[in-house]
Design a protein around this ligand. Structure first.
Ligand SMILES: CC(C)(COP(=O)(O)OP(=O)(O)OC[C@H]1O[C@@H](n2cnc3c(N)ncnc32)[C@H](O)[C@@H]1OP(=O)(O)O)[C@@H](O)C(=O)NCCC(=O)NCCS
Length: 154
């Protein structure tokens, strides 16, 4: 998408991310949660901007050979333009040279747009957690993507 840039999220980007977060989720993350992840060495926090204005973000945590999706959202007026796809692709490019073998996430069972996004990347459902979410109470779909991990040196 023209004019779309993706860069590391910085602490000063958190207020703009919070606006998107609060309009996207019934139980949004707090400012403290964002700042904790933005400052964490084991997290990858990326911001998508259109003409320099925040349009979306993604936050993942990597632990050993696992990556966990913590948060992803795109501002409503910019959805369905490929921004979440670009954010996920950026994360996958960052973790590709490392040891990550498994990428996990959980998503509300009714969140058809997110489910379609994840399936388009090859994530598959491996379990469900009953009544995992509040506001409203809803099952979580647990999804996983298997990655090749670091190639063995020849
Ligand atoms: C889910 C979300 C992040 C998708 O962001 P987006 O930038 O609109 O997604 P993209 O435009 O990159 O879509 C990529 C692909 O995902 C799928 N997809 C995304 N939105 C879709 C929708 N509303 N209906 C069907 N498929 C959809 C499609 O396969 C799409 O590819 P296509 O447009 O070529 O068909 C966005 O809807 C959002 O912020 N929702 C609120 C927050 C949220 O639910 N986050 C996920 C929590 S688990």
């Amino acid at each position: 998408m023209k004019d779309l840039t993706i860069r590391q999220m910085l602490p000063e980007d958190v207020p703009a991310a919070l606006i998107i977060e609060r309009s996207s989720f019934s139980t949004p993350w707090s400012e403290t949660s964002f700042l904790t992840e933005v400052r964490s060495a084991s997290s990858i926090a990326l911001l998508a901007e259109i003409n320099g204005i925040a349009a979306g973000y993604i936050i993942v945590k990597t632990v050993a050979d696992e990556c966990h999706l913590y948060d992803v959202a795109v501002q409503e007026t910019h959805r369905r333009k490929g921004i979440a796809k670009a954010l996920l692709e950026s994360v996958l490019a960052i973790i590709a040279p490392g040891n990550v073998r498994f990428f996990f996430l959980e998503v509300r069972a009714s969140n058809l747009s997110a489910l379609a996004l994840y399936r388009s990347f090859g994530f598959y459902e491996y379990a469900r957690r009953r009544s995992y979410y509040d506001h409203p109470v809803e099952d979580a779909v647990l999804m996983r993507l298997d990655l090749p991990g670091r190639q063995a040196a020849s």
